[in-house]
Design a binder for this molecule. Structure first.
Ligand code: DGY
Length: 437
């Protein structure tokens, strides 16, 4: 790539983040996702800090300002009205100000804050301490509300909590959800994106039934833990939370918050022990586990490779996972597909059933770097760079043709470009690779 086109793409990525900037938070993309989304915001801050550190902190602080009293940080914050999105805050029926959804999303924020902190002068330390305390409350909530039996595995109560909304992993656990009372509703997503790229109607009916269950029970954690029809340990959520606990413990220790450092380490150790229950000998990877029906998902998603993101300590199944990554890569033109490209359910352009996400690629590559697998990490970065260079800043990409899908001018794709995939970052192949725990 010549110097000029490299600069043009860096410039374009910054423009996307500025165009999607609503002063205190960034929307994932215009139209399809017009509010603040939890893990989008955290990941977007990683890109923003490349050109505006102060604004990057604000992004995260806005997110944490919507924290519930019980500690949960919600998945959507409806800072404004927008009839172009469904389900809006009335459907969620939460009684929170500002209006929010009733569920959470992967807590990648601690890992991103650790990165911001590394680049911030000491006058940011007080703000960092406030953020660390909020993160501790959030992570404690995960442990209390989503792992009440202290198995070392947290449950999700809706596929949207995983952030990987439409994985085949959810098909069977969702099949137990009663949709008889859902009624009629009007989707908005298919007005922004072609229907063949989005979840099907049966999926949406089940999504809505779960929203209605939570609303009916006033989003009560105990009731949800006992009776929510969907109660699944997602491999991605658990890997990201494990990493987040290590990063939280590290920051808390550095900034003199020793009690938080101790409790985050305790939680991290418990999650580490629980994680092995997600290993499936049958398919040779980490998979999701339906905790209500005690059943592992029978296939592999890119989530299995997030085991590298979770920790920089020796992985029990490293060789097997690296072989699988290589085998997947040989099967497609670009890596890493979100779902096993050898499986009959692989669908190269439908939401989370095959396409590549730059943010997942970043997390996998970051984990591979930290675990010393530099060549594999570099390959993933090069694929991501090529996809964005050739196709644009799409929400996701087809692993066979590279075609872009979902929303265009997508904030987190722009952020991953600026923080990691851009050739401008060549000396610093992964923003958090030096964050050894
Ligand atoms: C959606 O697709 O609308 C979900 O809210 C994703 O979080």
């Amino acid at each position: 790539m010549n110097i000029q086109s490299k600069l043009d793409l860096d410039q374009r990525a910054r423009s996307i983040l500025k165009e999607n900037d609503h002063a205190t938070y960034t929307v994932p993309t215009k139209g399809l996702y017009p509010f603040q989304w939890n893990w989008d915001s955290a990941l977007v801050a990683l890109g923003i800090c490349e050109f505006d550190l102060e604004r990057a902190w604000l992004e995260i602080e806005t997110l944490l300002s919507a924290q519930w009293d019980n500690g949960m940080v919600p998945h959507i914050i409806f800072w404004q009205n927008d009839a172009g999105y469904f389900p809006g805050h009335n459907e969620w029926g939460t009684s929170h100000t500002p209006p929010t959804s009733g569920i959470t999303q992967p807590p990648v924020a601690a890992t991103i804050i650790r990165h911001l902190l590394k680049r911030s002068p000491v006058d940011y330390h007080e703000r960092a301490r406030r953020a660390i305390k909020a993160l501790d409350r959030w992570h404690n909530w995960f442990s209390r509300a989503r792992d009440p039996e202290k198995r070392g595995l947290v449950a999700i109560i809706h596929p949207w909590e995983s952030g990987r909304d439409n994985l085949p992993d959810w098909d069977e656990p969702l099949s137990y959800v009663d949709i008889s009372g859902v009624g009629t509703y009007q989707r908005r997503d298919t007005q922004h994106v072609e229907a063949d790229q989005r979840p099907k109607k049966i999926d949406y009916d089940r999504y809505m039934a779960l929203v209605q269950f939570g609303r009916k029970h006033h989003w009560n954690d105990n009731e949800i833990a006992k009776n929510n029809p969907f109660w699944v340990a997602d491999v991605g959520m658990n890997a990201i939370l494990r990493r987040a606990e290590y990063d939280l413990a590290h920051m808390a220790h550095e900034l003199g918050l020793s009690e938080i450092a101790t409790s985050a380490t305790r939680r991290a150790n418990r999650l580490e022990q629980g994680f092995e229950a997600l290993w499936s000998n049958k398919v040779g990877g980490y998979v999701s586990l339906d905790l209500r029906h005690n059943k592992q998902a029978p296939f592999i998603t890119a989530g299995t490779f997030l085991a590298f993101f979770a920790t920089d300590q020796t992985q029990p199944h490293t060789g097997q996972m690296l072989d699988m990554l290589k085998q997947w890569r040989n099967k497609v033109a670009y890596g890493v597909p979100s779902f096993d490209p050898n499986h009959p359910l692989f669908d190269s352009i439908r939401y989370w059933r095959g396409p590549i996400w730059a943010i997942i690629n970043w997390m996998i590559a970051d984990g591979l770097y930290r675990n010393g697998h530099l060549k594999e990490a570099q390959d993933i970065r090069q694929d991501t760079q090529k996809l964005i260079t050739d196709k644009g800043f799409y929400e996701y990409f087809c692993p066979l043709s590279g075609r872009g899908g979902g929303g265009n001018a997508f904030s987190w794709t722009a952020a991953m470009w600026l923080a990691w995939a851009s050739p401008s970052q060549q000396e610093q192949a992964s923003p958090s690779q030096h964050n050894k725990t």
